[in-house]
Design a protein around this ligand. Structure first.
Ligand code: IPM
Ligand code: MN
Length: 379
C-alpha cells in the first residue's frame, strides 16, 4: 500500500481546528482509496515562538524535508507583532522550499451564495497562478534617517536624481524604501507553469497581470517573458491586464478568465477578491508549489484569532487545500473524491457553518464531508 508522509503545521488561531478537519477528511479518503497517510506534527507558530524564541530552526527545516508535502493551518497571533510569524514562518517556508508557484483556484460551487448579482458557478471558474518568491516579497528595503546611515541616504538620493535627471530633494529627515525584484528565471518558471496548466486543463487563454504602465522596469520585463514563453504554446491565447483593471473585471466579467498569472504582490491582493467571489475566505484554498520539491498546502485565510477555539470556522478551504495536496502526491482519484464530497455537502445545504449562513460547527462540517466520501465509495 502506498504511504504518504505529510508534515502538519497547525499553527495559530483557528489553524488547529481547521487542520484537524482536513486530517479527518484525508484519513477518510485514504481509507476509501487504499493508501496510507503518515502524519507528523510540527508545533510552529506563536506558542512555540513565545516559549522558545524560535521561528523555524535549521533542524526543523531539515526534518521537514523528510516529508513528501506540508499541510499548514494558519499563522498569526495578536501576542506577536504583525509580520513576525507571517514572515518568520510562512514566508520563510515558502522561500526555503522554493515554492515558486502559489496556486489559487477561484471556483464558485453549487449552493454557495455569490455576492455578484447574476453570476453563478458556470461564470466563476478560473485559477490564479501567483509568483511566490520574488517581487516586493524579496525583503530588500530599509528606513534611513539622516545622520544614521548617511551613505545609504546618499545612494537613494542619487538614484532618485539619476532617474529623473533632476536633483529632487528627498526628504532630508527620514525615508523608507522597499524594492521589487523579478529575475528572468523566477518569472519564466512561473509563467511556463501557468501555460502548462492551461494546456493540461484544456484551457485556451492565459491572462497575465502587471502594472507595466507605471512600474515599467519590472513589469515590462515580465511582459517580455510572457511573450517569449507564449511562443511555445501557439494554441493558447494570452492577454495582458493591468492589476487595477483586473479587479474590475473579476467583479464584472469573471467568466472571461481561465488561467491568470501574476507577480507576487498583485497576486496576494487579487486572490482575496477571488476568494470573495467564490463565496468567501472560508472556501478558498491554495497551494505553494515547487514542482520538483516539497510543496505546502493551506487555506488562503489567516488565523482569525477572534474565533480561536470556538469550533465555528469553516474548514472547507483547508479540506479543499488537502484535496489539492492529494493531487500533488498523485492520489488523483482520492483528490477528486474529496472535491466531489465538498461539492455535494454544499449543494445539499444541510450542513452549513456560520459564514455560509448556517449554525453548524467546524467539526460537523468535517464529519459531513468525511462521511460523504465513505458513502460515495460505498464503504
Ligand atoms: C497570503 C497571505 C500572506 C502573503 C501573508 C500572511 C504573508 O496574505 O498567503 O495571501 O502575503 O502571501
Ligand atoms: Mn493574502
Amino acid at each position: 500500500m502506498t504511504s504518504h508522509k505529510i508534515a502538519v503545521i497547525a499553527g495559530d488561531g483557528i489553524g488547529p481546528e481547521v487542520i484537524a478537519e482536513g486530517m479527518k477528511v484525508l484519513d477518510a479518503a485514504a481509507d476509501a482509496y487504499n493508501f496510507k497517510v503518515k502524519w507528523k506534527k510540527y508545533p510552529l507558530g506563536a506558542d512555540h515562538y513565545l516559549t522558545t524564541g524560535e521561528l523555524v530552526s535549521e533542524e526543523t527545516l531539515k526534518d521537514l524535508r523528510k516529508n513528501d508535502v506540508i499541510y499548514l493551518g494558519a499563522l498569526g497571533d495578536p501576542r506577536c507583532k504583525p509580520g513576525i510569524l507571517e514572515k518568520g514562518v510562512l514566508l520563510a517556508l515558502r522561500f526555503h522550499f522554493d515554492q515558486y508557484v502559489n496556486l489559487r483556484p477561484v471556483k464558485l460551487l453549487e449552493g454557495v451564495w455569490c455576492p455578484l448579482k447574476d453570476k453563478g458557478p458556470k461564470d466563476i471558474d478560473f485559477t490564479v497562478v501567483r509568483e511566490n518568491t520574488e517581487d516586493f516579497y524579496v525583503g530588500i528595503g530599509n528606513r534611513v534617517k539622516e545622520g544614521k546611515s548617511r551613505q545609504e541616504l546618499e545612494v537613494i538620493r542619487s538614484l532618485y536624481s539619476v532617474k529623473f535627471g533632476l536633483d529632487i530633494e528627498v526628504d532630508k529627515s527620514e525615508i523608507a524604501y522597499q524594492i521589487g525584484v523579478l529575475s528572468r528565471k523566477g518569472s519564466e518558471r512561473v509563467i511556463r507553469y501557468a501555460f502548462e496548466l492551461a494546456k493540461r486543463k484544456g484551457k485556451n487563454k492565459v491572462t497575465a497581470v502587471d502594472k507595466a504602465n507605471v512600474l515599467s522596469d519590472v513589469y515590462n520585463f515580465w511582459r517580455e517573458i510572457v511573450e517569449k514563453v507564449a511562443k511555445d504554446y501557439p494554441k493558447i491565447n494570452y492577454e495582458f491586464n493591468y492589476v487595477d483593471a483586473i479587479t474590475m473585471w473579476f467583479v464584472k466579467n469573471p467568466e472571461w478568465f481561465q488561467v491568470v498569472v501574476t507577480p507576487n504582490m498583485f497576486g496576494d491582493i487579487i486572490t482575496d477578491l477571488g476568494a470573495m467571489i467564490q463565496g468567501g475566505l472560508g472556501l478558498a484554498p491554495g497551494g505553494n508549489i515547487n514542482p520538483d520539491g516539497i510543496s505546502m498546502f493551506e487555506p488562503i485565510h489567516g488565523s482569525a484569532p477572534k474565533y480561536k477555539g470556538m469550533n465555528r470556522a469553516n474548514p472547507i478551504a483547508t479540506i479543499w487545500a488537502g484535496a489539492m495536496m492529494l493531487e500533488e502526491v498523485r492520489e488523483e482519484k482520492a483528490s477528486a473524491a474529496v472535491l466531489e464530497a465538498i461539492g455535494d455537502v454544499l449543494k445539499e445545504g444541510k450542513v452549513k457553518t456560520k459564514d455560509l449562513g448556517g449554525e453548524n460547527t467546524c467539526s460537523e462540517m468535517g464529519d459531513a464531508i468525511a462521511e460523504k466520501i465513505a458513502q460515495e465509495r460505498g464503504r
